[in-house]
Ligand binder design. Sequence first.
Ligand code: CNA
Length: 253
Amino acid sequence: MGEAKALAKAIADARRIVALTGAGISTSAGIPDFRGPNGIYRTLKVRDPEGIFDIRRFMADPSEFYRFHRGLLEIMEKAEPTKAHRFLAELEKARKDKTVTIITQNVDGLHQRAGSENVIEIHGGIAKNFCTICGRGFSLKELKDLMATQDVPRCGCSGVIKPDIVFFGEAVKDLDVCFEEASRCDLMLVIGSSLNVTPAALIPSYARGTLAVVNLGEINRVYLGRPIDIMAEFPIDQFFSQVEQALADIYVD
Ligand code: CNA
């Protein structure tokens, strides 16, 4: 794979690396994407799936969301980090001459479980939860304990608890930091994202250095506004095994 060698060289040459990851990096861990043929919306048989993550609907009646969230948590908690998650974590640890920043659109927490520390969850994550009235925080375990006895988990103050996931109608997190990181990096790596969801899909357009995209399936180039330097249309884990090998060859030399 020429692309694996090209990416390994770009990684070796880079000082600041930013990886923008999406649902595709977690599919081999058993977490389906949302809208694909085996997507969560279909397998969990939800009616009007788009509305599940609508903030106004959640605030009006959170019971439908929580029926969905039970299934989602079960799937996400069983999942283990993939080869690609581990590759990025290793890169951050082993290469002290570089900074590796992960901007993830995923809410599954697999980057952190793989050992990555420098992670921005632009769409939030399942690990943290908070009361929509008093703001008290709840861990995932505390939320699950409440879900065991309540259809809709509530805080002691009676407020509904909401996972710290960005819903449609809410602002994404740390967008200014993401744009800043992208504009300062010399390698931007997009992994497993169709680049359809804005504003996350705009982040690579800020990258001035090398842009590499690792994704099987169509991507939306409309928001990129610049050419892709390395396009790797391969299964993600298989591709990163090749990149790892190519990097090992570079560092041996
Ligand atoms: P997306 O639009 O579903 O794009 C995923 C892309 O990855 C698609 O082009 C797939 O073809 C591709 N892909 C899937 N598996 C592989 C693989 N093994 N190898 C190579 N390519 C693959 O997802 P995005 O992340 O771009 O954006 C959509 C939403 C869905 C984001 O906000 C995510 O937060 C959200 N989401 C998150 C999770 C999660 O946390 N794991 C799961 C499902 C959806």
